[in-house]
Design a protein around this ligand. Sequence first.
Ligand SMILES: Nc1nc2c(ncn2[C@@H]2O[C@H](COP(=O)(O)OP(=O)(O)OP(=O)(O)O)[C@@H](O)[C@H]2O)c(=O)[nH]1
Ligand SMILES: [Zn+2]
Length: 210
Amino acid sequence: MPPHHLSVDQTISAQPQPQVSQPEMEQAVRTLLLGLGEDPDREGLRDTPKRVVKALQFLTSGYHQSLDELLNGAVFHEDTDEMVLVRDIDLFSSCEHHILPILGRAHIAYIPNGKVIGLSKIARICEMYARRLQVQERLTQQIAHALQGLLKPQGVAVVIESTHMCMVMRGVQKPGSWTVTSSMQGVFAEDAKTRQEFMSLIRHSPSFHS
Ligand SMILES: Nc1nc2c(ncn2[C@@H]2O[C@H](COP(=O)(O)OP(=O)(O)OP(=O)(O)O)[C@@H](O)[C@H]2O)c(=O)[nH]1
Ligand SMILES: [Zn+2]
């Protein structure tokens, strides 16, 4: 079954280890280079198959992570019901259609319901799903569903703003285009005022940059 048909629970767990060996993967890159009319034995390309495989493995390393592992227990009981927002999280993913970069940022908020999560873990959850072959819509949903499942909060809101290199460097070639996707759960879906508060907080520019 293709990954986009997996249930949320299945997408949350780590994927099985690949059945293809490292040399087989490197050989495939060598074949690609040959097909492109290159000489894979010239000095500059000699280690390229190895490098490409290593780079792709890093960029898809999210398949081998699990929420349990990255959370490291950092969910705490806390009696607060105010919105928590981590905005402007740098995001680097790869589109599943072309294996080209998706570059952008994510804004992730939730309203607690007795539990809070370590702030860095919000960015780590985002990274785990970004380091897989993705479409932006699914990435957005997976992050929202993961937080919803972990914290059972009053609501979760995720907005991702990205530019897709497959639309910039090739194909339709639209460098200025941004794709904005959102997933609103719980009170963010039900209550327009809460949603508006979130939207205005992510529009506001912070007064300093670290
Ligand atoms: N919905 C969605 N589409 C995406 C995403 N990333 C890439 N795409 C699109 O996936 C589509 C694939 O379309 P195809 O016609 O099969 O592929 P293609 O010939 O390379 O298409 P062009 O990019 O239009 O040249 C394109 O419209 C891409 O813009 C994404 O994150 N979400
Ligand atoms: Zn693409």
